[in-house]
Design a protein around this ligand. Sequence first.
Ligand SMILES: [Zn+2]
Length: 80
Amino acid sequence: MKVGDLVRIAECVALDGGIPLFPCKCAMCDNNSTRVGLVVGRVKDPDFLDLGPQYIALFDIGEVILDRSPAVTVISKTRT
Ligand SMILES: [Zn+2]
């Protein structure tokens, strides 16, 4: 992942990987987000947890910090 990439966040699932039994109240679900965002920057000083590089992406719901979550897929790589 790098700045300029287009990313998509996977649909939310229940803990067992199935369809959630209750409506998910996360910002993405709650606002019916397209779940597609543009990586606009890299977090310079990630918090004390060693999460690896973290990126800032702009979604229709606003800025979201991304880490190495398996739910994040790069759908279009920047040409730079
Ligand atoms: Zn959700």
